[in-house]
Write a protein that binds this ligand. Sequence first.
Ligand code: ZN
Length: 282
Amino acid sequence: MHDRPLSKRLSASLLVLVAASCVAGCAHLAVSPVWGEYADLPDRSEVIAGQLVIHADFPLAGQHRLVRDLETLRSDVSQELGLPVSDEPVHLYLFQNPARYDAFAAKHFPNFPVRRAFFVETDTTLSVFAPWQDRIAEDLRHETTHGYVHAVVPTVPLWLDEGIAEYFELPRGDQGAHRDHIAHLSGRLLEGTLRIDMAALESLHSAGELSQDHYAEGWCWVHWLLHTTPARRKLLEEYLADLRRDGQTAPLSVRLTRLEGSNAACAASVRAHIESLAAPRS
Ligand SMILES: [Zn+2]
């Protein structure tokens, strides 16, 4: 069990990080660093599930499949990324319906675009807000992944943060194979507009800059690193471990070029990976 490093907590205190899932993906915004005990937070039932503290404004059974699913996600994220687990609480605030959630978001995050769910990090708390609706399982897996990762690596770059969350938002049996992203990327490949450039992703620092192409590419890099060779998986694990110790560590793109020899060879391998994922299963 590990708490988040103190130095990272202090640096994170400068702003509140908000991540939100929506049709096009997730958004990270800096908002006023004011966080309090809002009177309209869901508080009818509370379920403790490992690191998660789930507050709902409706009766929620501790043995609900969704709760168990999110508990399992904690060990999946830890094992897949070689990260320690933390005992820092991640608070999940679940609203009975979208109307209640929308009213809460409009009142407390008035400048924040309407999203299906969102994640907020402050210097002392990790919180997810979401309404109960058809895609609640996917949304909670996405946002809770942000919580699990930020509990141990608060400085994860925006593109990688989203790539990892997109990877883990899928049901466990899918093993990270995101059909929507595969279709999008293979479409780009066919029309000749696919861009594979990790260094370009690393230059993105605000949600407003992230397009569907960026989310799909971020997911694709994570899938390629985890599912092609042991050396690539190790590279990602070592990068995250180094980031945990030093937020200014050498970028992943620089490390990757060292491993693969050239950016062109690396991009060609990623393109081939997309083609193999998109190929009809025999
Ligand atoms: Zn996200």
